[in-house]
Design a protein around this ligand. Structure first.
Ligand SMILES: Nc1ncnc2c1ncn2[C@@H]1O[C@H](COP(=O)(O)OP(=O)(O)OP(=O)(O)O)[C@@H](O)[C@H]1O
Length: 257
């Protein structure tokens, strides 16, 4: 992690958030997270720990009962999603993240409905970043492969030029090769200046590309640290061995380079 990334006001800061879907049933129980400009922050942890709920709470999709979320120092707690998108927050849900009956380009247009004047410029930028989408721009999104669909979902969220992109398990359901491509693409997006907060089941791969990681357990941030440090932390390995040891495979792309 470069020192400069963690200086100054955090880009997004979750402070002691208590949140849940139903009244009286909290899923997040005092959860905190910080992402600085330029960082990739990973959220890992066991099933049901509240990882997706944390992302949804940051994006106004789950009611926050206590605690705050701020963006560049401004309070965005429980703000409506359309307002958050205007303010520079992008969100890619795990499923149902494209309109299958619309073409690739129509999906991208939908991503920019709030700022139509920039359409050509943003389309060109996305086709530049995701070459495979340009070749398929007239194809219906429902006919894309899983990896292509994930690219389209990311590109759609990037159309509004967010400062931070929230990704919910971008590698879920993809083959190992496509998973690696997704991680490499995420890093490429980050290099264009977009900060990333990503939830991942694929813990070790995620920690390889993150500047920092958070391990969530029962709705709280249990451990945090530099991505590669966390991956080697015996406490984390002991607690989440099943998750962390799953994909050490020398045949796969080295994401650390
Ligand atoms: N829409 C919902 N309504 C009610 N409860 C929900 C809803 N979505 C998730 N939950 C509950 O919230 C808890 C945390 O779920 P969440 O999806 O945030 O966990 P996660 O850490 O992302 O796990 P996984 O890796 O399995 O997706 C679970 O007990 C789940 O049943």
């Amino acid at each position: 992690m470069s020192g400069s990334k963690t200086e100054g006001t955090p880009l997004i800061h979750v402070d002691n958030v208590v949140a849940g879907y139903l009244p009286g049933v909290n899923i997040l129980n005092g959860c905190s997270l910080t992402a600085h400009e330029g960082e990739i922050v990973g959220i890992i942890g066991p099933n049901g720990a509240g990882k997706s709920t944390l992302l949804k709470a940051m994006f106004g999709l789950v009611t926050i009962h206590e605690g705050t979320v701020s963006l560049g120092g401004s309070d965005i707690t429980n703000m409506r999603t359309n307002k958050l998108v205007e303010m520079g927050v992008g969100f890619v849900p795990q499923t149902n993240n494209v309109f299958p009956s619309l073409s690739v380009e129509e999906n991208l247009r939908m991503g920019l409905f709030l700022r139509p004047k920039k359409l050509r410029q943003r389309l060109d930028a996305m086709y530049d970043l995701f070459g495979n989408l340009h070749e398929r721009k007239d194809r219906s999104a429902g006919a894309l492969s899983g990896g292509e669909r994930q690219s389209l979902a990311m590109a759609r969220a990037l159309m509004m030029e967010p400062s931070v992109l929230l990704l919910d398990e971008p590698s879920a359901g993809l083959s190992p090769v496509r998973q690696d491509e997704t991680f490499i693409r995420t890093r490429k997006i980050n290099k264009t200046g977009v900060s990333v907060v990503m939830v991942e089941q694929n813990a070790r791969r995620c920690l390889q590309i993150c500047d920092r990681g958070y391990v969530l357990d029962q709705g709280k941030d249990a451990y945090t640290g530099a991505g590669r440090e966390l991956a080697d932390d015996p406490r984390v390995i002991e607690l989440y061995l099943g998750t962390l040891a799953e994909d050490v495979d020398s045949q796969r792309t080295d994401l650390t380079k």
